[in-house]
Design a protein around this ligand. Structure first.
Ligand code: BES
Ligand code: MN
Ligand code: ZN
Length: 489
């Protein structure tokens, strides 16, 4: 398990700067105003800081950027960074600065003398998030990263503002670990075990096993897992922090590995399908975050855990399965398995919890990567109000999200000759027909969002707040949406 680094807040004490080892950072405003911390660093370095802020590089630097001096004379520090920022930065600027500091910090200790800087908790969040490294399977002795201390004018207030952010960071790390974990470690059983451990935080956990799901008629979900040695499961995480109002339901695709099944995927890049439980990972991360910060909201998370394997008993192309809802599905392609899992979990969620709304997350289609790349998740919704609230939250958290269309003409593409529908609609509009398939399992008037996160759950190059690999995309946005939707009323 990877834990975010501890961040402590203290009163400014410029007398320790000279002897501090590791990385030291101070702030300077774009118009070149030095606070007492920057003045002390300038004095210790015999004017080096002043020369930095007279340079072209400083002129060109944007708010949130920093310039780093290595092994400064007059200080014990390995480096001193000068952060260019307004005293009252935008969230984006505070986070950009934090992420930049995290990169300079590496495994060294960091002393950030932020003075009267606003939104210092956002800078702290970015330091924590950008400092992620998954080392559970590295056998060389892992380094113990140096601590982070932030000196500021109101350390008590800053610590208080940071506490809920730290909860979100823990949720994001939980998601990233799950997404990164290989499929021989993170089996369906192991995933369910890790979710079960969240009961320590006050979440009510229930695991549905194959016999129970068979009883409920979930043959669409069960069909996907038939070829695997790992038993299919649904894990339910219930957070009852609100009153007696209906919960918001979060539903996640948890395919712990997707070989494609009998419609086998090509070998090249198949190892990436270890992240095909990304939707379930985000749901688990959000549930952990809201439990840690004891959200005054009712939210239930449900994740369908299966493994899609080819085998003598595996489901074949052409098979017809019946969903819990009662609709029959012709399985044209066993690699379009996510929707088969989600349709039964979505129906179960609505029948069991009568939620106020449903949001599902899934690494559902390669087509969404063709359409939106790795910058935005696809947002499909039957409810403009909910969709706009979601998009607003995503924008505020800097997580890319783009609305995609739904419509009857796309739905028609799922027509089957032998069953009520088929599980693929052809090459055209592949992400939209996948969403149409899911919508068939959403009750009339149930506000619903489907998030296709295939392009954003795990990426090959670093992002604003994450090194390359698992991003935890969506945890911050959904945490905010829970606050906006359920806690502010
Ligand atoms: N898990 C994949 C989608 C995916 C692709 C996720 C790339 C992350 C990165 C999904 O189960 C899948 O195989 N989808 C097929 C659907 C097709 C058979 C209709 C696809 O996108 O090719
Ligand atoms: Mn697939
Ligand atoms: Zn898949």
């Amino acid at each position: 398990m990877t834990n975010p680094i501890e961040i402590s807040f203290s009163e400014t004490n410029i007398d320790v700067f000279a002897e501090t080892t590791g990385v030291v950072a101070v702030t300077v405003t774009p118009d070149g105003k030095l606070d007492p911390s920057a003045r002390r660093v300038n004095k210790l370095t015999r004017g080096a800081l002043a020369r930095v802020i007279e340079s072209d590089s400083w002129e060109k630097a944007k708010s949130g950027d920093l310039i780093t001096l290595a092994y400064p004379t007059g200080m014990e520090a390995k480096s001193v960074s000068i952060v260019k920022t307004e005293r009252r930065p935008q969230v984006e600027v505070a986070r950009k600065a934090g992420a930049a500091l995290a990169k300079v910090k590496g495994d060294d200790p960091l002393l950030f003398a932020a003075g009267t800087l606003g939104r210092v908790e956002e800078a702290a969040l970015a330091i924590a998030l950008r400092n992620y490294a998954f080392t559970d399977h590295k056998t060389d002795e892992s380094k113990i990263p140096g601590a982070v201390e932030i000196m500021c004018s109101k350390p008590g207030e800053a610590a208080e503002a940071y506490a809920p952010k730290a909860a979100v960071a823990e949720g994001v790390f939980f998601t990233r670990d799950l997404v990164t974990e290989p499929a021989n470690v993170l089996t369906t059983t192991e995933f369910a075990n890790r979710v079960s451990a969240l009961s320590d935080l006050g979440l009510e956990i229930e695991i549905l096993e194959e016999d129970q799901m068979a009883e409920l008629g979930m043959d669409a979900l069960l069909g996907v897992g038939i070829g695997s040695e790992s038993p299919s499961k649904i894990a339910i995480m219930n957070w009852k922090g609100g009153g007696d109002e209906a919960p918001l339901a979060l539903v996640g695709k948890g395919v712990v590995f997707d070989t494609g099944g009998i419609s086998l995927k090509p070998a090249g890049g198949m190892e990436d399908m270890t992240m095909d439980m990304g939707g379930a990972g985000v749901v688990a991360g959000v549930m952990k975050a809201i439990a840690l910060r004891k959200a005054k909201a009712n939210v239930v998370g449900l994740i369908g855990l299966v493994e899609n394997m080819p085998d003598g008993r595996a489901q074949r192309p052409g098979d017809v399965v019946k969903s819990m809802k009662g609709d029959t599905i012709e399985v044209i392609n066993t690699d379009a398995e996510g929707r088969l899992v989600l349709c039964d979990v979505l129906w179960y969620a609505q029948e069991t919890f009568a939620p106020r709304g449903v949001i599902d997350l899934a690494t559902l289609t390669g087509a969404i990567i063709i359409g939106l790349g790795h910058e935005n998740a696809g947002v499909f919704s039957n409810d403009d109000t909910l969709a706009n609230q979601f998009l607003k939250a995503a924008d505020a958290e800097g997580e890319g999200a783009w609305r995609m269309p739904l419509g009857a003409a796309y739905d028609k593409m799922l027509k089957s000759h032998v069953a009520d529908m088929k599980n693929v609609g052809g090459r055209a509009a592949g992400s939209i027909t996948a969403a149409q398939f899911l919508q068939r399992f959403i009750k009339d008037d149930m506000p619903w969002i489907h998030l296709d996160i295939a392009g954003v759950a795990s990426v090959k190059s670093e992002t604003a707040l994450a090194p390359k690999g698992a991003t935890g995309w969506g945890v911050m946005t959904l945490d905010r949406l829970v606050r906006d939707l359920c806690e502010e009323e």
